[in-house]
Design a binder for this molecule. Structure first.
Ligand code: ADP
Ligand code: MG
Length: 335
């Protein structure tokens, strides 16, 4: 749906914002571009709706070179959400959302139905919010309106430039979760810019890591973790490399001593009734066994088959939250 072919952008004053960037975004795919401030993310996004024209290379939308398309026409088919959402202050929420449908001259009844549908989709009950003005809404609510507005004209493509960057972390998390649900329903082709790695992992079907105008690697999240193209990518996606250690953890690394587990003593009959996990078994091999059991914990045994501890669902949950916390320390908002 979107194809970057060796795209370069040199701004006046010889600032190289993009340097030979090539990638594609498939139909219905959500691709995230991430990287430090100034690495060219916004420039890349703006080449898609021609707010910026490349100095080299081409951008294709649906197979067509957009340099030969009318920018106004092009933009009507592309939703755009930015951090400073830019709702029109003198228009109601309904009027803001209906902007593109009005430009497209949809009949009033269809416009009204679309506004209702979208406000529902982004979690703003239409009866309450339709007739309010932007200043009567919180930042998070305004951001939701921004998303609704971008989707209103039923665009094939949506561009999102740090859409949740300006709202506080709790609300941001909530908006990210909702965005994920929305995308699962609407399946738009989305190019999404962020500098928040946990946001990238939550939302991206694929993630592109940028640095200094270059696209270093674009891949599915788990592939970035397992096969980072270089040290910068490795550093960026899993700051202390904890995730890769998952491959090497053994059952004994997460085993709790049986008496501490709070369960009743394991009788031989109980041991015989469930899978026993050898201490030295790789955790990744043990996970399917643990996940497949209805019991909340499984016994860990030594070479002689003696009980040495247990692995419980709750100890694994604790381990995973620890890993996530260490790998994705909270990101500072905005750049
Ligand atoms: P990001 O979104 O990753 O922070 P940008 O795409 O906004 O990065 O900017 C990339 C580089 O291009 C930066 O060095 C920035 O200063 C420069 N830049 C962006 N817009 C312009 C412009 N209109 N004129 C000149 N330089 C610009
Ligand atoms: Mg930017």
């Amino acid at each position: 749906m979107i194809e970057f072919q060796d795209v370069t952008k040199v701004y006046p004053g010889s600032v190289v914002a993009l340097d030979g960037v090539s990638f594609t975004v498939g139909e219905g795919e959500l691709v995230v571009l991430i990287g430090p401030s100034g690495c060219g993310k916004t420039t890349a996004l703006k080449t898609v709706n021609r707010l910026v024209d490349p100095t080299g290379g081409r951008v294709l939308v649906d197979g067509q070179d957009i340099a030969r398309m009318d920018p106004v026409q092009l933009r009507r088919g592309i939703g755009y959400v930015i951090q400073q959402i830019g709702l029109f202050p003198h228009m109601t929420i309904a009027e803001n959302v209906a902007l593109v449908p009005r430009l497209k001259e949809w009949p009033v009844s269809r416009r009204r139905a679309r506004v209702e549908e979208l406000l529902d989709l982004v979690g703003l009950p239409p009866a309450t919010f339709r007739d309010r003005y932007p200043r009567e809404l919180s930042g998070g609510q305004q951001q939701r309106v921004g998303v609704a507005r971008a989707l209103a004209g039923d665009p094939a493509i949506v561009l999102m430039d740090e859409p949740f960057g300006a709202v506080d972390p709790m609300i941001r998390r909530q908006l990210q979760e909702e965005m994920r649900k929305i995308q699962a329903t609407i399946r738009k082709t989305i190019l999404f810019v962020t500098h928040d790695i946990s946001e990238a992992f939550l939302l991206g079907d694929r993630i592109g890591i940028m640095k200094g105008g270059h696209l270093l690697q674009m891949a599915a999240p788990e592939l970035l973790l397992r096969q980072p193209a270089d040290g910068f990518v490795a550093d960026f996606v899993g700051r202390d490399g904890m995730w890769r250690k998952l491959d090497y953890l053994r059952v004994q690394d997460v085993s709790l001593p049986a008496p501490c587990s709070g369960s009743s003593d394991w009788t031989p009959a109980m041991l015989a009734a469930v899978p026993n996990l050898p201490e030295t078994m790789l955790l990744k091999d043990a996970l399917p066994l643990i996940a497949g059991e209805r019991a909340t914990e499984l016994p860990v045994v030594d070479e002689a088959g003696r009980l040495t501890g247990v692995v419980s669902h709750s100890s694994l949950t604790a381990l995973f939250s620890e890993l996530v916390h260490r790998s994705f320390p909270s990101n500072p908002p905005g750049d």
